[in-house]
Ligand binder design. Structure first.
Ligand code: PHE
Ligand code: NA
Length: 446
């Protein structure tokens, strides 16, 4: 297949697309509950370290492969490998990425569906004056209702796939550009409100007092997986976007801004959520329901709470929408690369992901006690293994490919950061990022 001629309309459009992919449920939903389950500050510290040492360099590796190949991930890898005299089997890395995004999108859509439900419920004023107990019970009632959950999941998949079917999502990016600052503003308001609650001090201490004794192997593994997830790295999803990156744009500069923003959004949401947790005596390790229980409680105390809660869920939905579009892109690009029409590829991908998503829906009711591996039901499995294992393994192979396998001239051109910038990046990937993932993954195995 030939190079794609499609490009983001400007450098800014590319940065917006990558920001859209990065900022999503990972920051506002997953980060707080993972931090809660992993003891607070230890997880936060490791996560930031992994973002800097692994996430950023590998993010550049991933995008530069797409940019140098200008094809679907699978074809870019195969093409660049052949050009460098390496094995064309590298293209299977693209398939591994497709498998990863497939499972991630299957639960991502279900949880985004929760936001749709909460948007509607806040418009209806269901949370107004609700006690923490009532708000918690409301969430459990919803989870126990597979029909309502399926409806929202279906709606979200339709939203996602209709944009993907139309090609590069220019319109949506513009909308996002307009509305995401409002989401950040709302998070800032929430964090400022959090400073007035009596749980704020405890939350800050719990988040920011380093406690080396709390670092365990599983905390390290979870923090590494989360760093990949939140930056959207390791699944060839950003590689697919890199194929449309315009010429004459320095990659490191573009992605550094995205990573800073991504971490800030997570921190704001963590501060807001844990202040509520400690003010109300809730359990930080409550799990995936954490955000859906704490934020309605926080907003209930603010003037005009229901309205702002609705606005919040609407904006969150936009944020997750742009992430899910990115998750779908490598799958659709791969089918398209195999000769299918874009619309048909999107329909096929949408139906398959939707069907597997139903297993996550049922994991809260009929299939709650169906254990797939160990004690994990399907939702537990699909929210952990693809993120904590597949993304780091994929990221490792991407890093090896970009820093050791493909031609360094092509890599240097695609990084677009000058010879010095290229050498610094490559040394970082070769001697820091790659060994770090290998060591952490191996210690997880043994
Ligand atoms: N980065 C997204 C988030 O934080 C999730 C994502 C993971 C998107 C992997 C694309 C690829 O919500
Ligand atoms: Na993120």
């Amino acid at each position: 297949m030939k190079e794609t001629l499609e490009r983001w309309s400007s450098r800014r459009a590319f940065i917006l697309a990558v920001t859209g992919a990065a900022v999503g449920l990972g920051n506002i939903w997953r980060f707080p509950y993972m931090t809660g389950e992993n003891g607070g500050s230890a997880f936060l510290l490791l996560y930031i370290a992994f973002v800097v040492l692994l996430g950023l360099p590998v993010m550049m590796a991933e995008i530069l492969i797409g940019r140098a190949g200008r094809r679907s991930p699978m074809q870019s890898l195969g093409h660049l490998a052949r050009a460098a005299g390496a094995s064309p089997h590298w293209r299977w890395l693209g398939v591994f990425g497709v498998i990863t995004v497939f499972f991630i999108l299957s639960f991502y859509s279900v949880v985004s569906g929760w936001s749709i439900e909460y948007l509607v419920e806040s418009i209806n004023g269901n949370f107004a004056g609700g006690t923490p107990q009532a708000i918690g019970a409301n969430f459990n009632d919803f989870l126990a209702d597979p029909l309502r959950m399926t409806f929202n999941h279906t709606l979200f998949m339709l939203l996602t796939m209709s944009v993907v079917a139309a090609g590069i999502s220019g319109g949506l990016e513009k909308l996002n550009n307009l509305l995401m600052p409002l989401l950040y503003l709302l998070l800032i308001v929430l964090a400022v409100y959090a400073t007035t609650t009596h749980g704020f001090g405890t939350a800050m201490a719990w988040l920011f007092t380093p406690d080396a004794s709390a670092i365990t192997l599983s905390v390290v593994l979870n923090a590494m997986g989360h760093a990949f997830f939140t930056l959207a790295v390791g699944a060839c999803a950003l590689m697919a976007y890199g194929a449309y990156m315009p010429d004459h744009q320095s990659l490191p500069r573009a992605v550094a801004a995205v990573a800073v923003l991504d971490v800030l959004v997570a921190l704001l949401s963590g501060i807001a959520i844990f202040s509520v947790v400690f003010s109300q005596g809730l359990d930080p390790g409550e799990g995936p329901g954490l955000m859906f229980v704490t934020l309605p409680i926080a907003f209930a105390e603010l003037p005009g709470g229901s309205l702002w809660l609705a606005v919040f869920f609407l904006l969150l939905l936009l944020a997750t929408w742009t992430s899910s579009i990115n998750l779908a892109e490598p799958m659709v690009a791969t089918l398209q690369g195999a000769g299918l029409k874009r619309g048909r590829s999107a329909a096929l991908v949408g139906i398959a992901v939707w069907a597997v998503g139903l297993l996550s829906v049922l994991s809260f009711s009929t299939m709650a006690d169906v254990h797939w591996i160990g004690e994990m039901n399907f939702f537990d499995l699909v929210t952990t293994v693809p993120t904590d294992v597949f993304l780091p393994v994929g990221g490792l192979l991407i890093a090896v490919f970009a820093a050791w396998v493909m031609s360094s001239e092509a890599a240097e051109r695609a990084l677009d950061a000058g010879p010095g910038g290229f050498r610094t990046w490559r040394a970082l990937v070769r001697y820091v990022s790659i060994p770090l993932v290998v060591v952490v993954l191996l210690s997880g195995l043994f």
